[in-house]
Design a protein around this ligand. Structure first.
Ligand code: SF4
Length: 208
């Protein structure tokens, strides 16, 4: 006979290791509703890690989930959610990591200023070394089609955020997904070049 005892749910993945870096999963909330996002297809697993959270972790829980940061090249805020929506938590955990001498990166939609209604790049720049911003497309229509933003003006706002992040002293990389319908990857790269920031071609579903 099989036991009818329910199988306990797996522990939530607050931190996960990839490419010698430690990634932090701080929220599932997003300002965008990307059509290509795995979570909108019911898929929360990214490169073997189940990123579904049952609740948002606290600063203490995240710092405990990091443990000893020494082995990692970078601590990266990145999950299937937008880390800057939890700005206070992000700043506090990032400050602790800077104190420990670590390089800190935030993978973001670049919409923090639009959402928070102020320029948060100076606050970020105090504790964050690099931001990797999803540009996603070369023009607003293509951007809106793929990312379905909850707020108007997102495409312009993310480019303004990138310029301010650059001016605040953070290393800025714009990224776009190669092969996404209607996305002109070379035109995306030109936007990054015109802003004087780096560019990275991404592959769909690959975290980095
Ligand atoms: S920003 Fe990232 S996590 Fe959020 S909906 Fe888009 S792909 Fe998914």
């Amino acid at each position: 006979m099989h036991s009818t005892r329910p199988v306990p749910p797996p522990e939530p993945t607050l931190s996960y290791e990839l490419h010698g870096n430690l990634y932090l999963n701080v929220t599932w909330h997003c300002t965008l509703r990307c059509a290509f996002c795995p979570k909108f297809n019911g898929e929360w697993e990214v490169q073997g890690y189940d990123l579904r959270l049952r609740r948002e972790p606290s600063v203490t829980e995240l710092i405990e989930a990091i443990g000893d940061p020494a082995p990692y090249h970078e601590i990266v805020f990145c999950g299937l959610g937008e880390p800057t929506l939890r700005l206070d938590v992000l700043l506090e955990v990032a400050a602790a990591m800077k104190k420990a001498g670590k390089r800190v990166r935030v993978n973001t939609d670049g919409l923090a200023n639009l959402v928070h209604g102020r320029d948060v790049t100076p606050e970020l720049a105090r504790v964050v070394d690099a931001v990797s911003i999803s540009l996603n497309a070369q023009d607003e229509a293509t951007y809106v089609r793929h990312t379905r933003p909850k707020r108007a003006g997102a495409f312009a706002a993310l480019q303004d955020f990138a310029a301010r992040a650059r001016d605040a002293g953070m290393e800025v990389t714009l990224s776009a997904i190669d092969g996404l319908d209607g996305v002109d990857i070379n035109a995306c790269e030109r936007i990054a070049r015109d802003l004087g920031v780096k560019f990275r071609r991404r592959v769909l579903d690959a975290v980095g």
